[in-house]
Design a protein around this ligand. Sequence first.
Ligand code: 5GP
Ligand code: MN
Length: 340
Amino acid sequence: MLTDTTGPLVEKLKARNYQKAVITTHHKPDGDAMGSALGLYSFLTSFVTHVQVVTPTDYPEFLNWLPGNDTVLIYEGNETEGARITNEADLVFCLDFNRLSRINEYGEVVRNCRAEKVLIDHHLEPECFEDYTFWDTHSSSSSELVFHFIKHYFGIEHLSKDGATCLYTGLMTDTGNFQHNNTNSTTHMVAAELLDKGADHVKIHEQIYDVFSLDRSRLFGYCLYHKLEVLPELRTALIYLSADELKEFNVRTGDTEGLVNFGLSLKGIVLSVLIIDRTKLVKMSFRSKGDFAANEYAARYFNGGGHRNAAGGQSDRPLEEVVTRFKDTIKLYATELNAI
Ligand code: 5GP
Ligand code: MN
C-alpha cells in the first residue's frame, strides 16, 4: 500500500516555492536508481529553478546514455561541491533507498542540511528521516513511483520523452525485464503509458543489455565454467570472486551486474549468491525464489537488506572467511530452502 504525505509538498512545488533542489539515490546506483533520479530530474526542472542530481558514487557505464546523465555530480571525489550544493538546497529528493547509511558519508550531509527531505522508495524498513513520504514496498520500482507521483499530482502531460525513457529503464531493470514477482498489471500499464510518451523499448533494451565488453563476456564465461558452485542439499548456487580475479578481467562498476541470476536459472536452485572482494569490503548479492526471505538472511548475517527475493549485504572480513560464514549459516535454513 502506498504511504503518501506529499500533498503539502505538491502545493509548494506548484506555487514555485523552491529555488534549489537536489535529487540523490543509493550507493553504486543501478538502473532504477538512475532511471528514477533522471526521470524525476527531467520533470522537476519545470517547477524548481535549479535541480542537481548527486550520486554518492559512480555507476555502471551502461547507464551513461540516459538523458540528463551529463548533468550528474558524483559526490565521491567531488565532496566539497556536493556538500555546498546540498547545503544550499531547499529540497532534497531521496530515491530508491530509505536509510541514510545507504549513501555512505554523503548521508550525514543530507541528514544535516537545512532542506526539506522527500522520500520516494519501495524498500522495506525505512529509517523515516524525511519530511514527505511517497513509499510503497509493493511497487515494482522507484521509477514506477515517480511515474505515479507525476501523473497523479501534475498530469501525464508533464512527463517528457526523456523522462519516460529514464523511467522505463528503471521499470525494466528492477523487474528483470518484467519477469520478477514485483511485476503486476499496474507495472505493465505504466510501461504502456511510458511507451506512449515516446520511450523506445528496443533501443533502451539494447543500450542496457547489448553493451558487454569482451572482458565482461569472458568474466561471465570464467564464472560459469570455473566458479559456479552448487550446494544441492541446500538448493543453493554460489559464485565468489577475489580481488585478483576482478583485476584479471579488468572489472569495472556494473560488470558483475546480472551474474547472480545465472545461479538462479539452474533447475531446482532457489537461492543464488554472488560474493565479491571489493578490497575495502566484501559485497554480497542474494537472489531467491518463492518465500525464502533473502533480505532477512542478509540482515541477520551480513549487515544487509533489500527485498525478499533480491537483497544485498557486506562484510569487512576476508573473502574466504565470508564464504565460510555463508556456507555455515545457510545450512541453518535447509528446511526452508527445501520447502520451496
Ligand atoms: P544488488 O544485489 O543488486 O546489489 O542489490 C539487490 C537489492 O538489495 C537492491 O534492492 C538493493 O537496494 C538491496 N541491497 C544491496 N546491498 C544492500 C545493503 O548492503 N544493505 C541493504 N539494506 N540493502 C542492500
Ligand atoms: Mn529499485
